[in-house]
Design a protein around this ligand. Structure first.
Ligand code: G4P
Length: 529
């Protein structure tokens, strides 16, 4: 297979959902189709169980599992499929946002009974901003849930999508009979007994023929006919170009647990989902078909063994072929590096590989050289854009609780921040350190990991901050900016890259500040240029 064919056959995507909608179950069923696993139950759920806030074993367990399931790859109908795992827990949302910088498309899972939930709204918003093509899978059709048309409306309104159903349920819950697949015009009849087996589906190009009544009964057949007519009137026709531009989102219905509607989803996915896409760098667009290797780090995972403090940096290959033992330029550090044991991921295993293609994820062992967002190239000085930090939601002062271990604390904090566990700000006024996180859980994770991996102890003090706003002065020398800096001195800090940040204590303060100093722009993301 030549280079271009290798690119063309790759599909790198993420599955996103609110916790419990069925992401893990769907992932597992997809792997079953790829023959990557033999039985259900092989993919462990990576979610943190409810109420586990102070259960550190649970956090460690989660970390262990999430290394194993970070990337799940399999081959299906000759396509190489890479699923990038995204944590469902809201406290790890930033991890998910970063992973979305490395996917070429996503599948959104929605629970038929719960409809669109908060976490899904946030994640889909990021996908829309980034114009990532989306397929929606409405799950748990074997249970009583919302009316299918109401749900489609809800998806459009709450997620701001333009949907086109490519399959439609026949009945629901107790009366769930099957699915009519509008994509390839097939009827799949549900039987409670066929769990985990693949049903081929009956060819049914025309729902108006009388045989349909014999199979699903007259009443359901008539309802289905009316519904299909309505779909054809109300919803647009599927248009590949619009889907790829993220202007149209196909919807599938099914039950992941019962393996129903999953094959239809997968068969359509491999046909329509995009192969590795070009990516913007600070100087130019890089096309996946370019011969020279480029890639970027989107995730760093600390090793589970505290004695060997090495980490695994996950690199998405953007262009060219990544080769083992080849010299690559770490652009930010201006340093050549080569990697003797790059890992590739397959099902739930990882193994050393000689070559990886665009769309693939390579795991590189790292002793502290990488930060999230770092770019590797064959020598060209360019950096990929788009791994921004979002404003944290929770802020606390961090104090050294063991004066003998200040070096360890500094190193530990530094490395945990590189991993993206949280963000560190240093106050201009007195040099005090502030940690900002997406969820309260991370403070405990940090404290625990500092102690167990770095032998350092920390304590926290409360701090009233609403949002971190990255400051962009129109003119760094004008009087307005000087005045802003003088008045807000107590609330100004630097982030890890040395960018100026205003720690605002309320939404009102943000508004007031913006009104008073209009030439000083405030941003809630670190990457605004
Ligand atoms: P998540 O990764 O999105 O958090 O969800 P996960 O797949 O873990 O699924 C959450 C729960 O929903 C699980 O039940 C799972 O079995 C169930 N589920 C998933 N798909 C379907 C479906 O199509 N129909 C029905 N009825 N249930 C479904 P659980 O009891 O929380 O966990 P478990 O003990 O079954 O693992």
């Amino acid at each position: 297979m030549d280079f271009l064919e290798e690119i063309e056959r790759r599909r790198t995507f993420g599955i996103i959902s609110h916790p419990d909608a069925g992401k893990t179950t769907l992932t597992e069923k997809l792997l079953l189709y790829g023959g990557a696993i033999q039985e259900a139950g092989a993919v462990k759920s990576n979610k943190i169980k409810k109420g586990a806030t102070s259960d550190f074993m649970e956090i460690e367990r989660q970390r262990g599992i999430s290394v194993a399931t970070s990337v799940l790859a399999f081959i299906y109908k000759d396509k190489k499929i890479n699923i990038l795992d995204t944590p469902g827990h809201k406290d790890f949302a930033e991890d998910t946002f970063r992973t979305l910088t490395a996917v070429d498309s996503v599948i959104v899972v929605i629970d038929v009974a719960k409809g669109v939930e908060t976490q899904t709204e946030k994640l889909v918003e990021v996908c829309r901003m980034r114009k990532i093509p989306i397929i929606v899978f409405i799950n748990k059709l074997d249970r009583e849930g919302k009316d299918a048309f109401d749900l489609l409306d809800e998806v459009e309104q709450k997620l701001g999508l333009k949907v086109v159903p490519l399959s439609f349920p026949i009945g629901m819950g107790y009366d769930f009979k099957g699915i009519y697949n509008l994509w390839d015009k097939k009827l799949n009849i549900f039987s409670g007994d066929i769990k985990q087996t693949v049903s081929e589906g009956i060819e049914f190009t025309d729902v108006n023929i009388p045989e349909l009544d014999e199979i699903i009964g007259e009443s359901l057949a008539n309802t289905l006919r009316e519904e299909i007519e309505l779909i054809e009137e109300v919803y647009p026709k599927f248009d590949l170009e619009l889907y790829l531009k993220s202007d149209l989102q196909p919807v599938f219905f099914g039950s992941a647990l019962n393996n129903f509607g999953v094959k239809e989803l997968l068969d359509c996915f491999i046909e329509i989902a995009p192969p590795p896409q070009p990516k913007m760098s600070n100087i130019r667009m890089v096309d996946s078909k370019e011969k020279k290797f480029t890639g970027f780090v989107f995730k760093i995972h600390a090793n589970m063994d505290p004695k060997h403090r090495d980490r695994l940096a996950f690199v998405k290959v953007v262009s060219g072929i990544f080769k083992r033992n080849f010299n690559y330029l770490h652009v930010k550090q201006g340093k050549k590096m080569k990697f003797s044991s790059p890992n590739a991921f397959f099902a739930e295993k990882k193994e050393i590989v000689d070559e990886s293609f665009p769309g693939d994820i390579v795991g590189l062992h790292d002793t502290g050289n990488f930060k999230i967002g770092d770019t590797l190239t064959e020598g060209e000085i360019l950096e990929f854009k788009g791994v921004p930090s979002f404003s944290p939601e929770h802020f606390r002062y961090v104090n050294n609780a063991d004066p003998m271990k200040s070096k360890q604390l500094a190193k530990g904090l530094d490395q945990l921040m590189d991993e993206g566990v949280a963000q560190l700000f240093t106050l201009d006024l007195n040099g005090r350190k502030v940690i900002g996180t997406v969820g309260a859980l991370q403070f405990e994770v940090i404290q625990y990991r500092l102690e167990h991996e770095y032998g350092a102890k920390c304590s926290y003090d409360n701090l009233n901050v609403h949002k971190a706003c990255w400051v962009e002065p129109e003119d760094a020398y004008n009087d307005e900016f000087k005045e802003f800096k003088r008045v807000k001195q107590r609330y100004l800090a630097k982030d890890k890259k040395g960018q100026l940040v205003f720690l605002a204590d309320s939404a009102f303060t943000v508004q007031m500040t913006q009104d008073k100093y209009p030439s000083v722009k405030l941003h809630f993301v670190s990457e605004f240029k």
